[in-house]
Design a binder for this molecule. Sequence first.
Ligand SMILES: *Cc1c(COP(=O)(O)O)cnc(C)c1O
Length: 432
Amino acid sequence: MFTINENYLKLPGSYLFSTIAKKVSAYQEENPEVEIIRLGIGDVTQPLCPAVIGALHRAVDEMGQQETFRGYGPENGYAFLREAMVRTDYAARGCDIRPDEIFISDGAKSDSGNIQEIFGLSNTVAVCDPVYPVYLDTNVMAGRTGEYNREKAGFDGVLYLPCSEENGFAPQIPEDGTCDLIYLCSPNNPTGAVLTKPQLQAWVDYANRNGAVIIFDAAYEAYITQPGVPHSIYECEGARTCAIELRSFSKNAGFTGLRLGAAVVPADLTRTVTYTSPETGETITEAVPLQRLWTRRHGTKFNGAPYIVQRAGEAVYSPEGQEQTRAQVAYYMRNAAYIRTHLADAGFTVYGGENAPYIWLRTPGEMTSWEFFDRLLTEAGVVGTPGSGFGPHGEHFFRLTAFGTYENTVAAVERMIQWKNQTGSGDSHEDK
Ligand SMILES: *Cc1c(COP(=O)(O)O)cnc(C)c1O
């Protein structure tokens, strides 16, 4: 009898951003004269830089010439890109990563969703709360969790790591030692917080002690401004035996529409398994490199990122590309600083925005995230993202992004301050 994957039915409906879009368009329809400013969805707005555009044009021309046309590329991505990544992202930071440990993909969302395929279904998953929803939802789809528990607004069988004001939004190491697969994201979406080197090292040590594997999402590493904050988990000692790192070109170089990313799976990351050889029928006990599984998965289900896009990615690492993409990041970080400082001066409680393009704002008074969303939309014409959409510990928080234009950012902040002054909205968190 035919069946469907009923794990999909465990997922509560109504995706956060579609709810926001519906509310915004309903309000706009009734109030066509209001110019709404969106500091909501985490998408970039600056166009691709000249170094990237130049590389794209050149690669397109190559594809039109008999001598330089390219068909299917190497399974793990072109060496020119993997070598450029090793030089700039790893060797320059003292990280021991080789080109053959890098797997080029079409982005970190696919990788963060697909990577769970190579792990057993009995693993206990640990995610931060609040969290980027992809890590958890893809594990639910795979059947690695229990049912959705409405009372606790979370899934049974998942270890949630609360990230709150009390712990500085840093996930704490579980004391009972019962998680196998740990998702970490630093700088963090949505909280904008970063893990310090000692905090990340403690997770690496924990994973190595317990045989757990860490999936480290480094999508926002380019936004780190403070010295001493790790840009890669491989800056930590022992990470090669416990960590997979995900990289993206979306936020550091504006590739959200172009699509490019990479997963790093070190050769030293192995787990000992006893299994039956499909070739000989023999029972084998060996340390299986996870890289072997990811290579197989990649080769079977993915035919590579486009050649022209990989050339564009290579251009990000050229001297001009580095300068131009750094200028884009600086542009967004100027917005972040503007939001953070002006809202704090006006009496809002704000976090993040120093090493990340996200500001994590405590809702005034005892307003819920959605109450604050509705009031900000209808009374100030500003759209952000309710923190509760990222998990129960996101309740009473609100995410603002620095990805808008400077002009819109300034205008949105002015409206929020005016709204606060007019409504006298609660300053009950001044003590924090
Ligand atoms: C935006 C984002 C990514 C990047 O996704 P791409 O598929 O590379 O565009 C990855 N992780 C997090 C947490 C993000 O916010």
